[in-house]
Design a protein around this ligand. Structure first.
Ligand SMILES: C[S@@+](CC[C@H](N)C(=O)[O-])C[C@H]1O[C@@H](n2cnc3c(N)ncnc32)[C@H](O)[C@@H]1O
Length: 295
């Protein structure tokens, strides 16, 4: 049976409108996913424009290649971590770009496909690696990290019951380590019962594990640092975040860049999805888009 996964890009119109300043420029989609944003960009760009699409997950890069095949050499797909985006640009002989988009986090496929181990609802192995070639998994963190590190990790992601959850994880592993997302969810539900609230009590623990497995904050900081030297005058950097910790990093980084004098805010306040989009695409609800431009 062929599995069929889809991903609806978040705020595609807003992204195209706020990111494209030169219709024949070179654009970078640093988080290509299933290529939803790249397809949108290509639909508004001219025939000489190029898009470089990056994804850390080889599976996503493969899906994107299929979805973008009709564009031929107007699109280059690179599999790798955007934290090393400067090396990718050099390999492609690119010195100047007109815009770059980071649509952070993981795609709907990652959430939906139980075997990738990101899903709270579908039981799967405690994996959570964006790039399955990486050595660290959520299982390894829960099995081998000391209590203090697990508690800290979960607390930093905003979980008020971090200490209780971390203690329960340690107690559990003394008899049998947690192996599946379902076991972790059930363990947390025993401590903090789920009564159908909008946010499941295990959400923040799952987020904390994903962020740690993929060192997402590090990647974000490095990705921004490594790409900005390539942005031409008037070139724009757009970032879509899905939770407050990421958004704070972007907000503070953009504030600092604007203070330096070489950059100006395109969006003073973050752009958020319309009510219609939030209704048709629930995953867009927490999205925030911020854009900055090189003066
Ligand atoms: C929210 S999805 C992007 C969806 C995409 N904009 C679309 O419209 O289909 C984020 C993507 O970024 C990728 N990703 C996450 N961290 C990455 C990193 N450090 N380097 C490169 N890609 C990364 C994930 O594999 C995922 O496919």
């Amino acid at each position: 049976m062929t599995e069929n996964y889809t991903h609806q890009p978040v705020m595609p119109e807003e992204v195209a409108q706020l990111l494209v300043t030169d219709k024949e420029g070179i654009y970078v989609d640093a988080t290509l996913g299933m290529a939803g944003h790249t397809l949108k960009l290509l639909s508004v760009l001219g025939p000489k424009a190029r898009v470089i699409g990056v994804d850390w997950d080889p599976e996503m890069a493969g899906i994107a290649a299929t979805n973008l095949a009709v564009y031929g050499d107007r699109v280059t797909i690179v599999q790798g971590n955007f934290a090393n985006i400067d090396e990718m640009m050099k390999r492609e002989n690119i010195t100047n770009i007109s815009g770059v988009l980071f649509d952070l986090g993981i795609s709907s496929l990652h959430f939906d496909k139980a075997s990738r181990g990101f899903s709270l609802r579908n039981d799967g192995p405690l994996d959570m690696r964006i790039n399955p070639g990486n050595p660290l998994t959520a299982y390894a963190i829960l099995r081998y990290w000391p209590y203090e590190q697990i508690e800290h990790l979960i607390r930093v992601c905003g979980e008020r019951n971090a200490a209780r959850i971390a203690r329960a994880i340690i107690a559990k592993r003394e008899t049998k380590p947690l192996e599946t997302t379902g076991e972790l969810r059930d363990l947390i539900e025993c401590l903090v019962p789920y009564r159908g609230e909008k946010i499941h009590p295990a959400t923040k623990t799952f987020l904390a594990l994903r962020v740690a497995v993929n060192y997402e904050f590090d990647n974000l900081t490095r990705g921004i640092q490594k790409i900005i030297p390539f942005l031409s005058k008037g070139g724009r950097l757009g970032i879509i975040t899905f939770h407050s910790l990421e958004d704070r990093i972007v907000k503070e980084t953009f504030k600092f860049m604007a203070k330096l004098g070489d950059w100006k805010h395109v969006t003073r306040k973050p752009v958020t999805p319309s009510l219609a989009e939030e209704t048709s695409n629930k995953r867009s609800r927490s999205a925030k888009l911020r854009v900055i431009e090189r003066k």
